[in-house]
Design a protein around this ligand. Structure first.
Ligand code: HEM
Length: 403
């Protein structure tokens, strides 16, 4: 069988998609020597790893606990169900529509106003990396004077989580952020308990399920998780959506003309270029899968980026096509399409509807404000990242708004 590039090698980072193809076709179960983790790349196997409870999230303890503390990601069973029920209502339904849509719109408009008269912008640096983090800070009801610090913590947390080479400075900065974030947030939580408002933090303080409420530490850990789970992911989804549409001008024109297609562009972006390429699980017992056996107690890496391009699941999987008819979306909630970008099962992304609302609002406002949006001459978007992935920069040109 052909040699598959190591997932931690520069060759893999430059083009994971051809490595994924080799894996799916020749080595659907690989033991990664350096980390001892087992790699799954076929759609059916990754889907099973998300749904079958023999694949647990126990290993999140060592992965994310040093920076976030204990979050719902690490939990399982009834404890997870209760903790999830405490936070989930804020991310759907009335709360999402009435409280948070105006916040989303405000953040998108403010960023747009920063460059719409310039005729050029970097949609990653000036829009995507700022938009979801600003939304979360406003949802939590943080003082706007603190947004710059919040953004700094965001940068430090995602650097910690993406620190593949184990750079000790990045690790130390992540651990410092855990302390600073707690020092900042505990007094804010205390103030909201005293004097609740109409914000997410107050809702988390008040939430109660079966007599269980969240401690200050639980709330802080959840807010820290939101930085990475709700920030970096949506950031990369927005950036990749624009990169994909700008690379396919006829599909961009179709979306511009018919905005009901924004949703399809979002779903197809999540299939074709998912923000999160790799999700880890741990086996509770020996598992027979992908033609081999994974011993109990092993770490498993679910390659979402590979599964989403499995030719057994999607026709012409390496083509970005918002009109494809084999990406099943439901009318009520197209973000929950059958791609695996939000995972599946009990840890299915809590923020999927929020992400969709952000993308829909952001894309519509940008298309309205920026006529004849196109890539800067000579620029081809380059994806960056291994665990999470998206374009590094997205320089664009457009007709400037008149002053
Ligand atoms: C879980 C992806 C947006 C909050 C997850 C998981 C994935 C994911 C793959 C599953 C993790 C696992 O099973 O180990 C994404 C993508 C997004 C996005 C691709 C954007 C396009 C958001 C947003 C929020 C959010 C906007 C909230 C502000 C969460 C939380 C969990 C989660 C709290 C943990 C759920 C649990 O453990 O029960 N997300 N996410 N995500 N996501 Fe998202």
């Amino acid at each position: 069988a052909p040699q598959v590039p190591d997932i931690l090698s520069p060759a893999f980072a430059a083009d994971p998609y051809s490595a994924y193809r080799l894996m799916r076709e020749h080595a659907p179960l690989i033991r990664h020597e350096a980390t001892g983790s087992y790699l799954l790349s076929r759609y059916a196997d990754v889907e099973r790893a998300f749904k079958d409870p023999v694949f647990t999230t126990d290993n999140y303890g060592w992965q994310v606990e040093p920076v976030h503390g204990r979050t719902i990601l690490q939990l399982s069973g009834r404890e997870h169900a209760v903790r999830r029920a405490l936070v989930a209502p804020a991310f759907r339904g009335v709360d999402l529509r009435e409280r948070f849509l105006p916040v989303i719109e405000r953040n998108a408009r403010e960023l747009l106003d920063g460059f719409r008269e310039d005729g050029e912008a970097d949609l990653v640096g000036q829009f995507a990396t700022r938009f979801p983090v600003g939304v979360i800070a406003d949802m939590l009801g943080l003082d706007r004077a603190d947004h710059a610090r919040f953004h700094g913590w965001y940068t430090s947390v995602i650097a910690f989580l993406g620190n593949l080479s184990g750079d000790p400075e990045v690790t130390a900065a992540g651990e410092r952020t855990r302390v600073e974030f707690a020092e900042y947030l505990f007094p804010v939580i205390a103030a909201r308990r005293e004097n609740p408002g109409d914000d997410l933090l107050s809702a988390l303080c008040a939430a109660e399920v079966d007599g269980t409420r969240m401690s200050d530490e639980d709330i802080k850990a959840f807010c820290s998780l939101l930085l990475a789970a709700g920030g970096e992911t949506t950031d990369k989804a927005v950036a990749s959506l624009f990169a994909n549409l700008l690379a396919h001008p006829e599909q961009l024109a179709a979306v511009r003309a018919d905005r009901t297609l924004v949703d399809r562009a979002f779903a197809e972006t999540l299939r074709y270029t998912p923000p999160v390429h790799m999700i880890m699980r741990q086996t509770a017992a020996d598992v027979d899968i992908a033609g081999g056996t994974i011993p109990g107690g092993s770490t498993v890496t679910c390659l979402i980026g590979a599964a989403n391009r499995d030719a057994d699941r999607y026709a012409h999987p390496d083509t970005f096509d918002i009109f494809r008819d084999d990406l099943t979306t439901t009318r009520a909630f197209s973000a929950a399409a059958d791609h695996l970008a939000f995972a599946l099962g009990r840890h299915f992304c809590v923020g999927a509807l929020l992400a969709r609302a952000e993308v829909e609002t952001g894309v519509n406002l940008l298309l309205d404000a920026l006529p004849d949006l196109r890539l800067a001459p000579g620029h081809t978007p380059q994806e960056r990242g291994v665990f999470t992935r998206g374009p590094a920069r997205l320089p664009v040109r457009f007709t400037p708004a008149s002053r």
